[in-house]
Design a protein around this ligand. Structure first.
Ligand SMILES: *[C@@H]1O[C@H](CO)[C@@H](O)[C@H](O)[C@H]1NC(C)=O
Ligand SMILES: [Zn+2]
Length: 416
């Protein structure tokens, strides 16, 4: 009887998970203004999910546009696109197949595995155990709870010297569906502690500075992608006066808030929230950085996908006061990254390199006075998009390590 009940509960849980059978991810390349307006029209009339860029109104001529089209809309959308003689490429023919194929590491491991995607419970346990196993290199604190009450675990990685050290702040998992990014933050912590003492650069970094690592920022959203909807992006907070849930945390910071490339509609995937830092996760992060801003020299926020290294500004076209230095550090970091597997990254200020978007955490940190503020957009460029297979975790993390170490080493060199 108990077994039957349990099976019943499992069945209910499985049914509640969104499936994507027959759904496609299409890539279109608008070549005229008419093409652009067709795409924008489409987004107004049909419920399509923009993967890149993240909203329709910033689509321009010559842009590469990746859209996830639900099955019921597929016939109509395909007809409209083909009639417009726009170039249409099928990136993912069946999204459900891709969702299942991303978990392609078949090795049996009980609990945490750096080469697999780990759910929040596993990451939380890992954060506790790796910090207690490395007491001289890692300390752990909770910087607040999420909307649904999960603890935002922050690991401070660096040799304990007894004095206050300059620091790099790095977060992953802003957008829930960007699973490669929490994987990178976990990788970074493990790589740091396991190469301290053998790798000269890492040893020097951990001796002279600390890394504040927040492995998952949007924990509620991340959990939701594991249990309900793999394609969820936003937080999970309720919005008053709307049945739509969640805010885009990377539109929720006080940097030109909601002026451009963001929506004031709670149903939008780029909803900026009811005010800056309306999301408790944004507030917790901003409070920590504000409190410690005198020691935080660099802010790194890790997203996916597109293979980009962006820096301020995104909320305006105007260049940052430190533009040429930020540009040259980005150039150095991306060439270090490329040296390992040849992965090409583009780099530049957000607004001119991709599109303007207000309320991002990198712009906010920069305007607060943290000069080396960068946004990573990790692999790939669209073959898998948010569904990067587990077999790419290792190469992605290895190459990204080189870029992060490059930036941190530059910061250290310019402090001493
Ligand atoms: C940074 O700020 C938080 C409070 O927001 C505090 O708990 C923490 O100890 C501060 N300093 C360091 C080095 O973590
Ligand atoms: Zn993102």
């Amino acid at each position: 009887m108990k077994v039957l009940l349990l099976l019943g509960l499992v069945a209910v849980a499985l049914c509640e998970q969104t499936r994507f059978v027959g759904e496609r991810v299409l890539r279109v390349k608008p070549e005229t203004y008419e093409h652009v307006s067709i795409i924008q029209e489409l987004s107004r009339n049909v419920k399509v999910d923009f993967w890149r860029p993240d909203r329709a109104d910033i689509v321009t001529v010559g842009m590469t546009v990746d859209i996830h089209v639900p099955a019921p809309q597929l016939a109509m959308v395909s007809t409209i696109l083909h009639q417009s003689d726009m170039e249409v490429e099928v990136l993912i023919g069946d999204l459900q197949v891709a969702v299942e194929a991303q978990m392609n590491n078949k090795r049996f491991t009980k609990g945490h595995d750096y080469m697999k995607y780990n759910n929040w419970e596993t990451i939380n346990d890992w954060a506790i155990s790796i910090s207690s196993a490395n007491p001289d290199l890692i300390s752990r604190q909770v910087i607040g709870n999420t909307y649904e009450g999960r603890p935002m675990q922050l690991l401070t990685v660096g040799k304990k010297t007894g004095s206050v050290k300059p620091a790099v702040f790095m977060d992953c998992g802003f957008h829930a569906r960007e699973w490669i990014t929490p994987a990178f933050c976990q990788w970074f912590v493990q790589e740091a502690v396991s190469t301290y003492g053998s790798d000269a650069e890492m040893t020097n970094l951990l001796d002279k500075m600390d890394f504040f690592v927040l492995p998952v920022f949007n924990i509620d959203g991340y959990e939701y992608t594991w249990t309900r909807d793999r394609m969820w992006r936003k937080t999970r907070s309720k919005n008053s006066g709307s049945s739509c849930v969640g805010t885009d945390p990377n539109r929720n910071f006080d940097a030109g808030w909601c002026t451009v490339g963001a929506s004031s509609n709670p149903c939008s995937d780029t909803y900026c929230g009811s005010r800056p830092e309306s999301e408790i996760e944004s507030k917790n992060l901003a409070n920590f950085i504000r409190t410690n801003k005198s020691i935080i020299k660099s802010y790194l926020t890790v997203h996916s996908y597109s293979q980009l290294l962006l820096f301020p500004y995104s909320y305006k076209y105007g260049l940052a006061a430190d533009h040429s230095e930020l540009l040259s550090v980005a150039q150095g970091a991306t060439s270090a990254l490329r040296s390992l597997y040849g992965t090409k990254y583009q780099y530049g200020p957000g607004a001119v390199t991709i599109y303007p978007a207000a309320g991002g955490s990198d712009d906010w940190a920069y305007d607060l006075g943290i000069k080396y503020a960068y946004t990573f957009e990790l692999r790939d460029t669209g073959r898998y998009g948010f569904l990067l297979p587990e077999s790419e975790i290792k190469p992605t993390c290895e190459e990204t390590m080189l870029a992060v170490k490059y930036i941190a080493s530059y910061v250290v060199k310019n402090l001493y």
